[in-house]
Write a protein that binds this ligand. Structure first.
Ligand code: ATP
Ligand code: MG
Length: 204
């Protein structure tokens, strides 16, 4: 039986940016992952306000960004599910889809998350089940200390990655001010945002 190592990165991706992509690529390099699946959230459960861009645009930008690396793909798994997006469902659905599609291949699953999200991990729905379904990988992020989550040993890893001080919030603010964001997102994502007039309506 062949075996693959699959990373999963969830996020609002409003919009996806180079910080997400560098984190995914670095973890793939370090942990020798064959693929990384980027999963834009349908309805992020932990946010007070809904995403600024709709699911269609956030998915389209994620697909464009995924072209940056042959290991990356974008998945609709979280935007096609009704209701708030929980990582436990992301992993269950991806694993079930993989097993149905590729029953001859065994897979090891890794869930990649930044230090800010990792800090909240124990408040997520079913955290102990999440780490049964995927090895948790926390990555460094400027402005956020990397603290050890209170999880069983052997189910999680902290990885130091090159710091990219980029956030979607900052990108939305720059665009609202009419400032360039070309250094912060892949060129295809910058073009998409321009063409579809995204994030021009004011800061959020
Ligand atoms: P926002 O400012 O809207 O919250 P964001 O930049 O934090 O956007 P998210 O979609 O919230 O992006 O993040 C998705 C995942 O990517 C989270 O696990 C987050 O910690 C991680 N992440 C985002 N930006 C970085 C970065 N620059 N370095 C490392 N991890 C990051
Ligand atoms: Mg965030």
């Amino acid at each position: 039986m062949t075996s693959v190592r699959i990373g999963v990165m969830g996020g609002t991706f409003d919009p996806i940016h180079n910080g997400h992509l560098v984190a995914a690529a670095e973890v793939a390099d370090r942990l020798d992952l064959d693929r990384v699946i980027l999963c834009p959230a349908g309805q992020p459960w932990h946010r007070a306000a809904p995403p600024v861009a709709g699911v269609h645009d956030r998915f389209a930008m994620t697909e464009l960004a995924a072209r940056a690396d042959p290991r990356f793909t974008a998945s609709r798994v979280d935007i096609d599910r009704v209701g708030p997006t929980f990582t436990i469902d992301t992993l269950r659905d991806l694993r079930a889809g993989f097993a149905a599609h590729d029953p001859e291949t065994s897979a090891e699953w890794y869930f990649i998350t930044g230090a800010d999200a990792l800090d909240q991990f124990m408040t997520w729905k079913h955290p102990l089940e999440i780490v049964e379904l995927a090895h948790l990988v926390g990555v460094t992020r400027p402005g956020h200390g990397l603290r050890n989550p209170d999880l069983p040993d052997g189910r999680w890893t902290l990885v130091e990655i090159p710091a990219l001080d980029i956030s979607s919030t900052r990108i939305r603010e720059l665009l609202a001010n009419g400032d360039p964001v070309d250094a912060l997102v892949p060129a295809a994502v910058a073009q998409y945002m321009e063409r579809h007039d995204l994030y021009r309506g004011g800061p959020s």
